[in-house]
Design a protein around this ligand. Structure first.
Ligand code: SF4
Ligand code: SF4
Length: 63
C-alpha cells in the first residue's frame, strides 16, 4: 500500500534521519522544515519507520 508521510512539525527533532533513509531522495530539510517531494516519494514507509519520534505518521500512533 502506498503511504506518503505526513510530517508533524511539533514532534520533529530535525535529526534528518528520515532524509538519509529515503531511497529516492524525496525528503529534504528546508528552512528548518522537512519537505516532501511528492513526485519522488514511492510510499515505502521507511522514513516513518526510522523516525525516532513518529513524526511522519504511519506508525502505531496513526499520525
Ligand atoms: S515513504 Fe519512502 S519514498 Fe516516500 S519519503 Fe518516505 S522513505 Fe522516501
Ligand atoms: S526522522 Fe523524524 S524527527 Fe528526524 S528529521 Fe525526520 S521527521 Fe524529524
Amino acid at each position: 500500500m502506498i503511504m506518503k508521510p505526513e510530517w508533524n512539525e511539533v514532534r520533529c527533532l530535525r535529526c534528518v534521519a528520515c532524509v538519509g533513509s529515503c531511497p529516492t531522495g524525496a525528503l529534504s530539510l528546508s528552512g528548518w522544515r522537512i519537505k516532501l517531494n511528492e513526485d519522488k516519494c514511492i510510499g515505502c514507509g521507511l522514513c516513518a519507520r526510522i523516525c525516532p519520534v513518529d513524526a511522519l505518521g504511519g506508525g502505531e500512533n496513526g499520525g
